[in-house]
Design a binder for this molecule. Structure first.
Ligand code: SAM
Length: 238
C-alpha cells in the first residue's frame, strides 16, 4: 500500500479516495504486467516507480478535466497493455469500458487480468478501428473515447471519433507535440463533426515528462465515409 502513496496522494488532490482493495487490484495488474512482459512485449517501462508515474498516474491524469465517477461508457482505442483504460477501470469501477486493440496477444493478456482480478463492466474487443468504427454495435455508442500513443492527432481523430456519441468527448493523451498536432488536425476535426474544448498541458508529478491532454467534443455525426479503409487514415491523413 505504501508503495502506492504517490498515486494515493495524487488522487487525493482531486478528492478521489481509493480503497485497499483497489490498490491490491492495481498491484495484481502490475505483477501480471511484469511477469507477462518477460515473454510478450507489453511495455518498455518496468521499474515500479516508473510504472507508477508514467503508466498509472499518467493514465488517471484525465481526472484533471473529466469526472469519471459516473456510469459512462468509455472506449480505449489502441489500449496495448491497458493504458489508460485498465487503470481507469480499477480506479473508477463505475465506468463501463471497452479495451480495444488490433493485437490479439495484448488482449489475451488483458482478458487474463480481467479474469484474475474479477473485474466487471470491462471487456476487450479485437479489431482495427477503421473497421470497428462502422459496426452498428460500436459506432457513436460511447460517451468518452480515450487514446494514448497510437497515432498522430489527424489520424487518431479519424480512428476514434466515429466511436463517440454526438455530445460525447474524445481525450487524446499527447506530449510535447500535442499543440503542433492539434493545428494539423483542424481540418480532420471539422470534417468529422468535432471541435476542441481545450488543451491541458502539465508535468507528471516529480517528473520532466510533459503531458498534453487534448479534449475534443463530438458536435455532430461523422459522415458515413469515415473511418476510411484500414491503413488509409495513416497513409492519407485528413
Ligand atoms: N495505449 C497504450 C499505451 O499508451 O501504452 C498502447 C500504445 S501502443 C504504442 C499502440 C497500440 O495501438 C498497439 O497495441 C496497436 O496494436 C494499437 N493500434 C494501432 N493502430 C490501431 C488500429 N488502427 N486499430 C486498433 N488498434 C490499433
Amino acid at each position: 500500500m505504501n508503495d502506492y502513496i504517490r498515486l494515493i496522494e495524487y488522487l487525493d488532490q482531486y478528492s478521489i479516495s481509493v480503497s485497499n482493495e483497489q490498490i491490491d487490484l492495481l498491484d495484481g495488474y502490475y505483477n501480471m504486467l511484469i511477469e507477462t512482459n518477460k515473454s510478450l512485449n507489453l511495455t518498455a517501462i518496468t521499474e515500479f516507480e516508473d510504472v507508477l508515474v508514467k503508466h498509472f498516474i499518467d493514465s488517471v491524469s484525465i481526472i484533471r478535466d473529466i469526472d469519471l465517477n459516473e456510469k459512462i461508457s468509455v472506449i480505449d482505442v489502441g489500449t496495448g497493455a491497458g493504458f489508460p483504460g485498465m487503470v481507469l477501470k480499477i480506479i473508477f469501477p463505475c465506468i463501463d469500458i471497452t479495451l480495444f486493440d488490433s493485437l490479439q496477444k495484448r488482449l489475451t493478456f488483458l482478458n487474463g487480468v480481467i479474469d484474475n482480478l474479477g473485474l466487471n463492466g470491462i471487456n476487450t474487443f479485437h479489431g482495427r478501428a477503421e473497421e470497428a468504427g462502422h459496426l452498428e454495435s460500436m459506432r457513436e455508442k460511447y460517451d468518452l473515447c480515450v487514446s494514448r500513443a497510437v497515432a498522430s492527432l489527424p489520424v487518431l481523430s479519424e480512428l476514434c471519433l466515429p466511436f463517440v456519441k454526438v455530445g460525447g468527448r474524445f481525450v487524446s493523451y499527447k506530449s510535447e507535440k500535442g499543440t503542433e498536432e492539434l493545428t494539423e488536425a483542424s481540418h480532420a476535426l471539422s470534417v468529422l463533426g468535432a471541435s476542441v474544448i481545450k488543451q491541458d498541458v502539465f508535468n507528471l508529478p516529480d517528473s520532466d515528462m510533459i503531458r498534453n491532454l487534448i479534449l475534443i467534443s463530438k458536435d455532430s455525426s461523422c459522415p458515413k465515409a469515415y473511418p476510411r479503409k484500414p491503413g488509409t487514415p495513416a497513409k492519407k491523413p485528413l
